[in-house]
Design a protein around this ligand. Structure first.
Ligand SMILES: *Cc1c(COP(=O)(O)O)cnc(C)c1O
Length: 378
């Protein structure tokens, strides 16, 4: 059996170990130190736009803190994208609040502004105004931010931007993660850059960053003894882990280019196959890091389902994966509200994520291309 080709595997720069060693040498084996400061500084520089960055042990923790900082509490409602990884919605439940799921629109596969406004009007008419909008930029594709920001300000509802999959993506030239009141980044092992596990909360004031650090380090009051007036969490990133992030930031721009090349590869591979659509930017306002390349297969035109292709790839030891199963049809969220027209469900039924790593070789691409040729040859 040939080596496994993964959907998205870690791709280190080589300098990560040096920064980890630095932490050992200075004995900063804790959640403060140069690696944390420098990693936060490089993220802040990358994002620009008056951001302050607080690195944490995961993006899930970052979403939880963003919701707490917006005052989300028991009985509240939060509007969120149904087409996402479950980590984006779970923290809403941690707060005792209820997720209200919003469908995708077909161009970016992200939160549909029309369904969003419909939901807001309907919830208000039922006597409860939603407290926040938590949107996702799926697979690196920016959401329709102008429309969503306009709705947010029209109804006075703050926005959290889950950019866990979209570090390096841009909407109208501005990086994903800086549009909302809070932005979320992830450095999980399968993301565009990784720290093995980790995340960040993007804020827009030093005050918010300080609050995030306070809550992520057990909410300790200023006193010589341990004194607490708030419930806190243990969510801060370790200085060792942050060393991996420092090394990864040195190659982020290259990683974005390599992932975009994988998208180009699939675009070329599929352009002569009638009935396959490669997920691409609708126009020049959108710049995706193409964290994961994805396709939609028209069963009528190709005579093949996404499962036919997935299993053929698997036979050659190549990993692929159906698109996210919409959250409103997940068993755990079976009793939640949903607004939309089954766009996400149709995408889920017909779509597949393909190997997209920045470390794939020409040989890997040939193996993938051969499977496509065999499956779609007649
Ligand atoms: C990966 C991911 C997360 C969770 O990130 P962790 O760092 O693993 O907690 C959240 N939201 C989305 C959209 C993701 O893809």
């Amino acid at each position: 059996m040939q080596d496994k080709i993964w959907l998205s595997s870690p791709h280190l720069s080589g300098n990560e170990l040096q920064f980890i060693e630095d932490a050992f040498q200075k004995n900063w084996i804790t959640s403060i130190g140069d690696n944390i400061d420098e990693f936060e500084f490089s993220l802040k520089n990358f994002l620009n736009n008056d951001t302050e960055v607080c690195v944490l042990n995961s993006a899930t923790s970052a979403i939880h803190l963003a919701l707490i900082l917006l005052g989300i509490t028991k009985g509240d409602e939060v509007l969120t994208s149904t087409f996402s990884f479950i980590a984006s919605a779970n923290p809403i439940v941690y707060c005792g609040a209820a997720p209200i799921f919003i469908d995708s629109e077909p161009e970016t596969w992200n939160m549909c502004p029309i369904a969003l406004e419909e939901a807001i009007k309907d919830r208000i008419s039922k006597g409860k105004k939603p407290k926040a909008i938590l949107l996702i930029h799926l697979y690196g594709m920016p959401a329709k931010m102008d429309e969503i920001l306009a709705i947010g300000s029209k109804y006075g509802i703050p926005i959290i931007e889950d950019a866990a999959e979209s570090l390096g993506s841009k909407y109208k030239g501005k990086p994903c993660g800086v549009f909302g009141q809070f932005g979320i980044l992830s450095f999980n092992g399968n993301k565009i850059i990784t720290t093995s596990g980790g995340g960040a909360l993007v804020c827009h004031s030093k005050e918010d960053k300080e609050k995030a650090i306070f809550l992520s380090t057990q909410a300790r009051d200023l006193a010589p003894h341990y004194q607490h007036s708030n419930i806190g969490y243990n969510y801060r990133m370790s200085n060792i882990i942050a060393g991996i992030g420092r090394g990864q930031m040195e190659v982020l721009a290259e990683r974005v280019q390599a992932r975009r090349k994988m998208h180009d590869f699939y675009f070329t591979l599929c352009k002569d196959i009638d009935g396959i659509e490669v997920f691409s930017e609708p126009n020049n306002d959108f710049y995706s890091n193409h964290w994961l390349s994805a396709i939609i297969i028209d069963v009528k035109k190709t005579g093949k389902t996404r499962e036919d292709l997935r299993l053929a790839l698997l036979d050659e030891n190549i990993e692929s994966r159906p698109l996210w199963k919409p959250l409103h049809i997940q068993p755990v969220f079976s009793n939640t509200s949903y607004y939309g027209n089954k766009v996400a469900e149709t995408l889920f039924d017909n779509g597949l994520c393909l190997p997209s790593g920045s470390n794939l070789t020409d040989n890997d691409r040939n193996r993938i291309a051969n499977v496509f040729k065999n499956v779609f040859s007649n």
